[in-house]
Ligand binder design. Structure first.
Ligand code: 1PX
Length: 249
């Protein structure tokens, strides 16, 4: 679908030279997917990321892998790009935490798959369907926001995978955002997010922070990741479409 604001690209950064990249090393501790505990790696591998359906045991952990686990003060991939990313990672963490809390709560057994979660919440009128009401943080709504972000990630990773040495991460990131998530954000958030992308380090530093290896290895990893992300995205998209949940308030 074409983004409604495609013509408005005034904040697009052609040249992302962030303060963090000046000495070739972003400040702060690095958060690396490679640093996951073995158990977390197994969870990520054995969960929705490979097309399975038991997302809560894996998807939140998968997101934590990108965000750098739960602790704000600990390593965080996003914050290794600079503190301006805190507002993004905090929202992501909050949403993951909502889902984890459901999973660990007294009705946790209903939250073991996305299908059972959606069914349980709909059957028990636990979702605000038309306007915000008494269930502003339902699991279904919370996952929808992460799901939309996953589409951004898929588009961004695909751009990164096919990028060249002189490609700008900020431009790739912004283009992916315009094509996906921005359509669901009010203008104020769009402006803040797009400004934040201007602070992303250049491609070499970005690859380094990913800690996968050289550029070839990064491209290989992205080649594996993108189809998995697409698959997970499609499973959720279909489920939400079947249940008319794609436009939850
Ligand atoms: C390359 C790293 C750049 C990170 C870019 C993240 C892109 C997503 C931008 C999200 C903007 C978040 C701003 C807040 C939005 C909220 O208004 C909005 C609605 O929330 P509410 O109605 O419940 O209050 N929330 C959302 O749309 C959900 C946002 C979820 C953010 C999760 C961020 C995860 C980022 C993962 C990065 C992985 C990078 C991997 C690189 C190797």
């Amino acid at each position: 679908m074409e983004a409604p604001n495609r013509g408005r690209r005034t904040l697009r950064c052609g040249n992302a030279v962030p303060p963090v990249a000046q000495d070739g090393e972003p400040p702060g501790p690095k958060a690396r997917p490679a640093d996951l505990e073995p158990q977390q790696c197994r969870q990520v591998k054995g969960c929705g990321w490979t097309g399975g359906l038991d997302w809560p045991s894996g998807v939140p952990v998968g997101w934590q892998a990108f965000l750098g686990r739960q602790e704000y003060s600990e390593q965080r991939l996003l914050n290794s790009f600079g503190n301006v990313f805190t507002f993004i990672s905090r929202d992501g963490f909050n949403k993951i935490q909502i889902l984890v809390n459901f999973l660990n709560g007294e009705n946790g057994s209903h939250y073991v798959t996305i299908q059972s979660m959606v069914k349980y919440e709909l059957d028990n009128q636990l979702v605000d369907l038309d306007k915000r009401g008494s269930h502003p943080e339902s699991g279904s709504r919370t996952l929808l926001h992460l799901h939309r972000t996953l589409r951004w990630l898929e588009l961004f990773f695909e751009r990164l995978r096919t990028s060249t040495e002189d490609s700008k991460t900020s431009v790739m990131c912004t283009d992916a955002y315009i094509e996906s998530l921005s359509q669901h954000h009010p203008l104020g958030i769009q402006t803040a997010v797009r400004n934040t992308f201007c602070d992303l380090p250049g491609r070499p530093t970005f690859f380094e922070v990913m800690n996968v290896g050289g550029a070839e290895k990064v491209v290989d990893m992205l080649g594996d990741a993108v189809p998995m992300i697409s698959k997970v995205y499609q499973i959720t998209e279909d489920l939400y479409a079947q249940n008319n949940l794609l436009a939850l308030p």
